[in-house]
Design a binder for this molecule. Structure first.
Ligand code: NAD
Length: 269
């Protein structure tokens, strides 16, 4: 018996094999899930190449999360394919460069609004897809967060979008709980993906983890985040909603930098 046997899952946000969504799709398939991916026009070709690495039976549906019509079409396509949907991963974020770098207080609102639409509002739209398709036993929606409880040295308006995403997830949990639909986020540590590499001075974050995370954190390994997503998509998490699960090596729980990581050879002497 596998964790996700028989689950019908929609996974957004696969573009390269480094994508957190790719690691999740691979883990979900190993756990017995049936999956369908989505991508949007700009990344469609790359996403299809990446999807093929998962198996030749993995389809990629078109979904630009700024287009309400696309959500309606994906809903129809899933209804036709499976007659329902048990869970979905929201792994989509984007901010125009001015919203990520430079003066925080002098950004064109058009840039921040676009970042908000793609990175936070779309979570509610995906929740609506799941609400229309979930069986009476319920469903699970999971999103990917970067701890938004404090300001980072980089990240700017994407940090604000993550704070919004945290709030959106709580409201989705509030409104869909009666239908048995859960809404949770996994707050991952920094990982080298295409989106992360577009964040100016992203290395500031990976360096912070080197000296601040009690457990070793590998910024090239998305599988710990993927496995936690699979848990939240599974029935083992049936009593959990409105939660933010930190999968960051414990960084969020430390009050101050720990200094250089302990040398295991001399620890305890
Ligand atoms: N990489 C990290 O350090 C990190 C840490 C915590 C959380 N996250 C979050 O994980 C999620 C996935 O990002 P990733 O790091 O795997 O990077 P990624 O570049 O692999 O994935 C980002 C995805 O967003 C998609 N996307 C962008 N605009 C879109 C639109 N309008 N419509 C549909 N799709 C669109 C891209 O096609 C891509 O698949 C994001 O929400 C990100 O903020 C990343």
């Amino acid at each position: 018996m596998n964790l996700l046997d028989g689950k019908r899952l929609l996974i957004t946000g696969v573009v390269t094999p480094d994508s957190i969504a790719y690691a999740t799709a691979a883990a979900a398939r190993r756990q017995g899930a049936m999956i369908v991916l989505t991508s949007f026009e700009r990344d469609r070709e790359r996403a299809s190449e990446t999807a093929a690495l998962l198996g030749d039976d993995v389809d990629v549906l078109d979904l630009d999360v700024t287009e309400p019509d696309h959500f309606r079409r994906v809903t129809d396509q899933l209804r036709e394919r499976w007659g329902g949907l048990d869970g979905a991963l929201h792994a989509v974020a984007f901010a125009p460069r001015p919203a990520l770098a430079g003066s925080f207080v002098d950004v064109d609102p058009a840039a921040t609004q676009h970042a908000f639409n793609v990175s936070a509002h779309s979570y509610a739209s995906l929740a609506s897809v799941l609400a229309q398709l979930a069986p009476t036993s319920g469903g699970s929606l999971v999103g990917l967060d970067f701890d938004a409880s404090a300001a980072w040295p980089v990240y700017n308006w994407m940090g604000v979008c993550k704070a919004a995403l945290e709030a959106v997830s709580r409201y989705v949990a509030r409104d869909l709980g009666r239908a048995g639909i859960r809404s949770n986020l996994v707050a991952g540590g920094p990982l080298h993906t295409r989106a992360a590499n577009g964040i100016p001075d992203f290395e500031t974050l990976t360096s912070a983890w080197t000296g601040g995370s009690p457990m070793r954190w590998d910024p090239h390994d998305a599988t710990p985040v993927a496995d936690a997503v699979c848990f939240l998509l599974s029935d083992l998490a049936r009593g959990i909603t409105g939660e933010i699960l930190h999968v960051d090596g414990g960084y969020h729980a430390m009050a101050a930098p720990l200094g250089r990581p302990a040398d295991p050879a001399t620890a305890g002497t």
